[in-house]
Design a protein around this ligand. Structure first.
Ligand code: GUN
Length: 297
């Protein structure tokens, strides 16, 4: 979407980066890829989600994944296991899915219930089916700049930039948050795109000063409106990964959207920004693993 076609740009505020529309475009590309794979004699790609326990937020995520994957033409299965499942049983499920040829992608929904070792479970996933990009093999590939599978949320941030003509090359990028799922992998992706990357976290001494100097701010900490509008440099790009539910039931990001949009050149809203991209990139990753596993990559 060009600056000109965005109505908010005309009012002097930032271009609001529409994650819902961008995700729909990615999903439509994936659906076309699935159709081409199948019509070319390939097998329908299969995604299996493992959901342990009954965490309400995880149930919502898993239902959305199921729906989006079905719509894109995947064969989808959700394996539900009780919250008090033994570590050995969860691990046995992953091993079984590793051995099933029709399963191209395995996603173990996180967090796992207390008492389960999620690192041990994740590490068992066959790296060729690791559509979350969380195994050591895929993390090493990301760090080494080799082809591999990239975690969906940071991949979605990059995809939003790519599809809006936003380049990271040479930019000062400040990532707030050092999680395995978002902050660390995003930092690697930005580095690979020749950004100068600073990773801030809870022990950072002067977060405001880092933000004020940033060309791109990526907020992924899960603290409602931690980043103030006044911290955003004029013309900066803001990618808000936070999804925080307030006492009023509304979703808010890690950035004060109204304040930041006055100064930024482009910003993702919450909801409807980075969030929808996560599932879209999961589908893109699953199509990729399926193609590779079928020798059609
Ligand atoms: N829980 C919240 N986000 C994610 C994700 O991207 N992958 C998995 N597996 N679990 C999550």
């Amino acid at each position: 979407m060009s600056q000109e076609s965005n109505p908010s740009a005309a009012t002097g505020g930032a271009q609001v980066l529409d994650g819902k529309a961008t995700a729909a475009a990615v999903r439509s590309d994936v659906a076309a890829g699935v159709e081409a794979l199948v019509s070319g004699g390939g097998r329908q790609p299969g995604l299996t989600v493992v959901l342990v326990g009954d965490d309400p937020a995880s149930q919502v995520y898993v239902r959305s994944k199921d729906r989006a994957a079905t719509e894109a033409g995947f064969r989808v299965e959700t394996v539900r296991m009780p919250a008090d499942s033994a570590q050995a049983d969860v691990e046995a499920t992953v091993r079984r899915l590793n051995d099933e040829d029709a399963v191209d992608g395995i996603l173990v929904q996180l967090p796992l219930p207390r008492g389960l070792d999620s690192d041990a479970v994740t590490e068992l996933i066959d790296p060729a089916k690791d559509v979350d990009g969380l195994t050591k093999d895929n993390i090493a590939r990301l760090v080494l700049g080799q082809d591999g599978l990239v975690p969906c949320t940071p991949a979605g941030c990059i995809e939003i930039c790519d599809r809006h003509g936003i380049s990271l090359a040479g930019k000062d990028v400040v990532v707030i948050g050092r999680s395995h799922l978002v902050g660390k992998p995003f930092a690697q992706l930005a580095l690979a795109r020749n950004a100068t990357v600073t990773v801030c976290h809870s022990r950072t001494r002067d977060l405001e000063a880092h933000c004020r100097a940033a060309d791109v701010v990526v907020a992924a900490v899960g603290v409602t409106e931690l980043v103030k509008g006044s911290w955003i440099k004029e013309g900066a790009v803001v990618l808000d990964v936070g999804i925080n539910r307030g006492e009023d039931g509304k979703l808010r990001g890690d950035v004060d959207f109204e304040g930041a949009r006055e100064r930024a050149s482009a910003i993702t809203p919450v909801p409807g920004g980075v969030g929808p991209m996560t599932i879209a990139m999961l589908l893109a990753n699953t199509l990729e693993t399926s193609r590779r596993r079928q020798g059609r990559g």
